[in-house]
Design a protein around this ligand. Structure first.
Ligand SMILES: [Zn+2]
Ligand SMILES: [Zn+2]
Length: 246
């Protein structure tokens, strides 16, 4: 196992030497100086919609007026707080798309650096990192779960354990973008469970739940609900991007 891990690290290093990945911007794919922070060119660094102020105090989405967003006022949130780096606009969608379908490991590493720095500002402590799970058949088809890629990289950045397989998606769900508000809640209801081998890990723990994008928050809310039912003390949700709250 250890040997296989070392070998894959070595292969990665060898590939990196032949095809360096840090010479392209993770956003627009233009050539960049390899020392550029987070592998973002200066133009994309300025164009990305960083979330700075006027956020919903519960889910962390950008809001026009101070206070809870509509989604958070309308439904119970099982997590303590949501934290995101950027608003989910056109450019941000492109980054996520590249991350999901091309060069996942490399872009994931850069996104996780940004997410770790964003989380640090909150001055919160967590005991374990968990990813929003993908339905196993889907993960096998795609080859990886992008949330797990981010969670693993965050674990390395933050020095906090990532617990792979703690949450399980028990059935496939329809992409949320195709559904109405009511359908979105039903779509993820009872779609997750905590792996019973990890019950003792969840109890009384502060958990950092990781995903790539936060839209309505129904998915992470349902994950948080099952974690809380297993005795989790608190849940913080960290995503790279989040939609704008109404
Ligand atoms: Zn760029
Ligand atoms: Zn909110």
């Amino acid at each position: 196992m250890q040997f296989a891990k070392k070998l894959s690290e070595w292969v990665k290093m060898a590939l990196e030497a032949v095809f360096p990945s840090n010479i392209y911007c993770i956003c627009c794919n233009d050539f960049i100086d390899s020392k550029q922070l987070y592998a973002l060119c200066s133009s994309c660094m300025h164009k990305l919609h960083w979330i700075v102020e006027s956020t919903c105090p519960k889910c962390g989405k950008s809001v026009e007026e101070e206070g809870l967003c509509l989604d958070c006022s309308a439904s119970h949130r099982w997590f303590e707080k949501g934290i995101s780096c950027v608003q989910y606009g056109r450019l941000e969608k492109e980054v996520i798309h590249r991350f999901k379908y091309r060069d996942a490991a490399y872009i994931g590493c850069k996104l996780a650096q940004l997410m770790a720095e964003r989380f640090e500002i909150e001055n919160l402590s967590v005991d374990a990192i968990v990813a929003v799970p993908m339905y196993l058949k889907k993960e096998r088809r795609r080859g990886y779960n992008q949330a797990a890629v981010l969670a693993k990289e965050l674990s390395r950045e933050m020095g906090i354990e990532y617990i792979n397989g703690l949450l399980i998606r028990t059935r496939d769900t329809v992409p949320m973008s195709e559904l109405s508000a009511d359908e979105r809640i039903k779509n993820v209801k009872n779609a997750f469970t905590v792996n019973q081998n990890y019950y003792n890990i969840v109890e009384y723990k502060k958990i950092l739940l990781v995903d790539d994008v936060f839209t309505t928050g129904n998915t992470v809310n349902e994950c948080s609900r099952v974690l809380k039912e297993c005795g989790a003390d608190s849940i913080y949700v960290l995503t790279f991007a989040s939609g704008v709250g109404k």
